[in-house]
Design a protein around this ligand. Sequence first.
Ligand code: PLP
Length: 252
Amino acid sequence: MALRRDPYVLVVGGSDSSGGAGLVRDIETISSLDVRTCVAVTALTVQTHNAVSEVHPLQAQLVADQMRAALQANQVAAVKIGMLATAEIVAAVAAVLRENPQALAVLDPLLAATSGQALLEVGAVAVMKQDLMPLCCIVTPNLIELALLAGSALAVDEDGALRQGQRLLTAGPQALLIKGGHASGPRSTDILVRPNQLPMRFDAPRLARKMRGTGCALASAIAACLATGGSTEMAVRRAKLFVLEKLRQTPG
Ligand code: PLP
């Protein structure tokens, strides 16, 4: 596929004062893959690496205005969506995506931080499924997010996760990447699930490292690869390798 000229990824998400996750991690990841970024901030958070002490969502209109300005200023080939905080912001992001169908949307359906702090209000989950997911070319839930979005208990095995994935696909995204990072075992396996296609596994060794923002980095790397014309499989493969390499560089 031909390379698009000078593509940008528009990063839509929350700031994390610790720099471990959120917009800092997204921009760092996408820049290191030589793709340019522009930004729409959804929320300010006050965080250390261990705890989130404050969350301040922005007004939804302000998020939409930032997105429209970023899309007007640059050739945005992909949009990476992270923390959305409120139902109003979810709806506003969906509205701007509907106006810009050329931009490939990658959604990390972030519900809570590892520390447990909610990063999306409960009432926003339905809006995310109805309004936003049908516009996404890939959604990247971990097993906990998958269960919540599919409306069932945490899957106990891979078959259960695949069944939940098939159910969630009916919300309308073109693909789901089910992240196995929260499972146990020597390998960390992510599974790409698409309508009418066999599931595709992406496998890596499980490293005993603690790095925050791995979900942000994976979805951002997928968006960067899609922006430069890669297929979904290629983007997932490269993104998984990117995160593995980052984990290898992190002290154990
Ligand atoms: N804060 C923000 C703004 C985020 O975007 C994320 C993850 O995407 C987190 C916190 C959670 O990061 P972690 O679960 O690695 O602590």
